[in-house]
Write a protein that binds this ligand. Structure first.
Ligand code: SAH
Length: 356
């Protein structure tokens, strides 16, 4: 009997595709790499001209290949940042941003439709989680960004909508796919994964020992302050999270970066900065060697629904100065795409509201 479910081509590794091409399609094994290279560049099977017409037809019949569709696209006049609202096959929308730096282009991708982590300052979580993205939808964002901008993407940050460690298996599969030499060839070292701190998954990730950069959304130095803005902290405390970071570093030896969103009156006082310096300093020196870390300070992007205000310039400067004095490396993140409101989750919400 004919299999009704079509094979999701972009989710297959080269080996899986080889198996599919030989066993399901009865074609020569070397065809797999031709197909892989093309679909990872954004060429649909029907347009891979070095394949026979019969094979192209078979692929169309048995397989699914659909890149995210551009629903909206905003380009910053200030710095060239491009923000996409992509529509997926089931009509759901996600956001993807391309940022241009001197060292190359970075794409910021979403990992889920919505998010269930409930961080109080964040727009992406307001409607909860709708569903996880598949490996091919994760990959599709990078492929489409590269195809549409016509420029090579060299780095990926998983800092868009969703919590990547809440979609663990698909994300790990995606990380392997996107690094394939026959495909996009963006290796682990060029990828950052940001998490709000799902501690058991940080340990699972540690087992895989991938040379990616782990980025921790810390946003507060103690449990009282953190639990007030991040519900995940009720499950794992700041000290449990930092211990996981230490243990993660012990295996991977990769620098960990910490995100700290500055919210006026919530977590931006001099006392908060002193506490942050203290907890990070004891983390740094907890093991045999000094653990390399970096802190990114980000004045919060104001989201109407949350009512949180960004810290003033003076408070940001003062906060950074305390960290510097205490020997913690910190930078205030340069804001890209401020004219197109590149802060994540907001375009998707606007689109959803229009439909209501
Ligand atoms: N779920 C992951 C990744 C997505 S969010 C995580 O929590 O890390 C990417 C980063 O943007 C996180 O550090 C998140 O806390 C931060 N963020 C969310 N909403 C923000 C806002 N309104 N202003 C500034 N940063 C925000």
């Amino acid at each position: 009997m004919e299999n009704q479910i079509k094979t999701d081509l972009l989710s297959l590794s080269v080996t899986e595709l080889e198996k599919f091409v030989t066993e399901e399609l009865g074609e020569a094994k070397y065809r797999a790499k031709q197909i892989f290279t093309n679909i990872h560049r954004g060429v649909p099977p029907s347009e891979i001209t070095n394949l026979s017409k019969a094979l192209r037809q078979k692929l169309e019949e048995k397989c699914e290949y659909r890149l995210p569709r551009i629903e909206r696209k905003l380009v910053s006049k200030l710095d060239g940042t491009v923000k996409y609202l992509f529509q997926l096959i089931d009509g759901n929308c996600i956001e993807t941003v391309v940022m241009k730096y001197n060292h190359g282009n970075t794409v910021c991708i979403s990992s889920q439709v919505g998010c269930r982590m409930g961080c109080r300052f964040c727009a992406s979580t307001i409607g909860g989680k709708v569903r996880d993205l598949t490996p091919s939808e994760l990959l599709g964002q990078v492929i489409m960004a590269q195809k549409d901008t016509g420029e090579r993407i060299s780095n990926i940050v998983m800092m868009g909508i969703g919590e990547p460690l809440d979609n663990f298996e698909n994300v790990v599969k995606f990380l392997a796919l996107v690094g394939c030499e026959d495909g996009l060839n963006i290796g682990y070292r060029h990828i950052s994964l940001s998490t709000c701190g799902i501690v058991d998954k940080i340990y699972e990730l540690r087992e895989l020992d991938l040379p990616i950069t782990l980025s921790i959304s810390l946003h507060a130095p103690d449990d009282e302050t953190r639990s007030a803005i991040m519900p995940i902290n009720n499950k794992w405390s700041v000290s449990e999270l930092l211990r996981a970071c230490r243990d993660y570093y012990a295996v991977t030896k990769r620098r960990i970066s910490f995100e700290y969103t500055l919210i006026s009156g919530k977590n931006d006082s001099a006392e908060n900065a002193e506490k942050l310096a203290s907890v990070l300093n004891s983390l740094l020196r907890a093991g045999k060697d000094i653990m390399p870390i970096h802190v990114n300070l980000i004045p919060v992007n104001e989201v109407k629904e949350t009512g949180f205000r960004r810290s003033g310039d003076a408070a940001v400067k003062a906060f950074a100065a305390v960290l510097e004095k205490r020997g913690i490396r910190a930078t205030v993140r340069r804001k890209l795409g401020s004219d197109i409101n590149a802060s994540c989750g907001q375009l998707r919400r606007e689109a959803a509201k229009k439909e209501e």
